[in-house]
Design a protein around this ligand. Structure first.
Ligand code: 8Y7
Length: 259
């Protein structure tokens, strides 16, 4: 899954139209580089980021989805927590809902069930603004697993088939470096919870804490981490560096192939 951020700070060229065109071009280029899914997001969920009003988020993502659809039938995922954005994005051509709040916003669970598209439920401790202040767990893997199990049950009760649910332990979302490493090491424990596991490890700050790398130098380590996740059987990895990751995943696939 290739990441397409449509936030004013992601393409620093000011105007709305240029921003939209840049995002569409970026998305089409990720598809060419081998992304199976394009994940379109208009709300920054980085630690400390401000909330984005629904009208603004719609103005960011809907034209980008429509723009991609004018050129390509590539599967599109919508990265949002807002039911209004889920509905508009699916109407414009998205076919997966990627929600870092795991459908906990008012109306989100009902919207996803009505739209009948697969969903990704991500674990987060706290809220984006404050989640990195003092993350705490007694047993991070067991607690994240239990939390995801409950969210899957809530979705199933709302009519979302379990086989269409991906779970995600939410690397970097209310976690220390030690928590992130424990979750990555144990990622295959989440396999049995629903239809598959998605992992987002790409360019995140755990690589800065572990290796001292600024964000522009995190490609190599991100690709290695994606390969490790794939080797452990993860369904999907959400990445910035699609061409490099696609090579790594082809290698893992060949390595794992029965002769
Ligand atoms: C993740 C994510 C982000 C992730 C899923 C970033 C939207 C932060 N991270 N969605 N979104 N999993 N499912 O650094 O780990 O990419 S935003």
């Amino acid at each position: 899954m290739g990441i397409v951020n449509v936030t004013p700070d992601s393409f620093s060229d000011g105007g709305r139209h240029l921003e939209m065109t840049a995002a569409v071009e970026h998305a089409l280029s990720l598809a060419e580089q081998g992304a199976d899914w394009l994940d379109i997001g208009g709300e920054s969920t980085r630690p400390g980021a401000a909330d984005v009003p629904v009208e603004e988020e719609l103005k960011r993502v809907v034209p980008v989805i429509e723009g991609i659809r004018r050129h390509s039938q590539q599967p599109i995922s919508i990265d949002t927590s807002k039911p209004e954005v889920m509905r508009a994005a699916v109407a414009a051509g998205a076919s997966l809902i990627n929600d870092v709040r795991a459908l906990r916003a008012p109306g989100a669970l009902e919207a996803a069930a009505e739209l009948r598209v697969p969903v990704c439920l991500m674990h987060m401790q706290g809220q984006p603004r404050t989640m990195q202040q003092a993350p705490h767990y007694a047993d991070v893997v067991a607690e994240v697993e239990q939390w995801l199990r409950q969210r899957v049950a809530a979705c199933a009760a709302a009519g979302i088939p379990e086989s269409t649910i991906l779970v995600d332990p939410g690397i970097g979302f209310g976690k220390t470096l030690a928590h992130n490493l424990a979750l990555m090491r144990a990622c295959d424990r989440f396999d049995q919870l629903a239809g598959g596991v998605l992992m987002g490890v790409s360019r995140k700050s755990w690589l800065e804490k572990l290796l001292g790398l600024p964000v522009e130098d995190r490609t190599c380590s991100s690709v290695v981490a994606a390969a490790l996740m794939a080797q452990r059987g993860m369904t999907m990895v959400r990445v910035h560096d699609v061409a490099e990751t696609a090579q790594a995943l082809r290698l893992v696939q060949a390595w794992e192939q029965e002769q």
